[in-house]
Ligand binder design. Structure first.
Ligand SMILES: [Zn+2]
Length: 367
């Protein structure tokens, strides 16, 4: 049985939620540990605390996969004065790696918000605020007889996936012109002789983080010594990546009935909400964790309610009469992220234990 390293796990998680999708302020990724170490077991948790590290030691897990990064704002000392420092010291002393998958998991379609939408029972869910900085386009010119080979190689590297469609491209036939110089080793043509070749101009779209792999595959498969291509960053919205989610209930509900359903679905002991709007609830926007930055988008997209957490007193006023805010608690909104990570890892890796942390890391109690 081949050994699975920490890097194998993090590469897999990053193929689903690339680190480049995290917000600027975030610190997702491997926080402690050697990526090349073999994995004995994985403990999945929402937060990494000292108790969680102790649980990992007891369960013989040398990798903790957490949603929130224990190192967030940076560290200047490591003396054990704070819970953050103590957690890290304990992890390092016991050879336990800590990996955080935070806003990159919030920002993918199948991430934190999809899980919430699923629990509430939303249909036709879409990203609430799609990102506009994640897609690229590549245009290249391929001699006619090599088009299939080159396109296959780029598709294999991840080019041309649009929504539910794969292997997408646009191709148009034309003529390429060039003259090989003395130092050239041309695939077609002679030195100092102007050539005109039947070529196909092919265009593909892909997520930015795959660009080096796609260019590498293009150059390997393309027969020319010098491969001509244009690369451009698109301003198109990426429907697969971004913050929050919006969907619809199967049928409209009275605001009070919706809140009761929400409380049950999200295991929330307490919901803070703005006065119900005078219409029924059908369109629901959600954002796991602190989501007040998405309130105006939720209103603009016509949501009847915005389910999120960490609203401050004055931010509740911004609902006006346009939307109902339902603040279900930060931990409560993200607690099922543990299930999401557990399921994703369990489906892929089977040669060691993947354990669901039993430590409740919610720092809050309710009276
Ligand atoms: Zn959070």
């Amino acid at each position: 049985m081949p050994t699975v390293t920490i890097k194998d796990i993090t590469d897999y998680l990053e193929s689903l939620a690339p680190l480049s999708y995290q917000e600027d302020y975030d610190n997702s990724g491997l926080l402690t540990g050697n990526a090349l170490c073999p994995v004995n077991g994985i403990l999945v948790t929402l937060d990494c605390t000292e108790e969680v590290v102790e649980e990992a030691i007891l369960q013989k897990c040398n990798l903790i996969v957490a949603h929130h990064p224990i190192v967030f704002r940076g560290l200047k000392k490591l003396t054990g004065q704070t819970y953050v420092e103590r957690t890290l010291i304990k992890a390092i002393k016991n050879d336990i790696a800590i990996y955080a998958i935070h806003t990159n998991l919030d920002n993918i379609y199948t991430g934190v918000n999809h899980k919430i939408a699923e629990r509430i029972g939303l249909k036709n869910s879409k990203i609430l605020k799609p990102r506009i900085d994640t897609l690229m386009k590549l245009v290249t010119f391929i001699p006619k007889e090599k088009v299939g080979e080159v396109m296959d190689a780029m598709h294999k590297a991840g080019a041309g996936n649009i929504g539910h469609y794969k292997n997408c491209s646009f191709q148009v036939a034309g003529e390429g012109a060039f003259t090989p110089t003395d130092s050239a080793q041309p695939f077609i043509g002679q030195h100092h002789q102007a050539e005109r070749v039947e070529e196909v101009r092919a265009e593909v779209i892909f997520p930015k983080h795959l660009s080096s792999a796609i260019i590498k595959s293009l150059k390997l498969a393309h027969p020319y010594e010098e491969v001509a291509y244009y690369l451009s960053l698109l301003e198109n919205e990426n429907q697969e990546v971004g913050a929050g989610m919006i969907g619809a209930l199967e049928s409209e509900m009275e605001p009070k009935a919706f809140l009761e359903r929400l409380k049950k679905a999200m295991n929330s002991p307490c919901i803070r909400f703005t006065r119900p709007i005078d219409r029924k609830i059908k369109k629901v926007a959600v954002c796991g964790g602190a989501g007040s930055f998405l309130l105006s988008t939720a209103i603009a997209k016509g949501a009847d309610v915005f389910v999120s957490s960490d609203f401050k007193y004055h931010e509740f006023f911004d609902a006006e009469k346009k939307i109902m805010i339902a603040d279900i608690g930060h931990y409560e909104s993200e607690q099922f992220t543990k299930d999401l990570l557990f399921d994703v890892l369990k489906d892929k890796f089977t040669t060691f234990a993947i354990i669901f942390s039993k430590t409740s890391t919610n720092p809050l109690s309710y009276l």
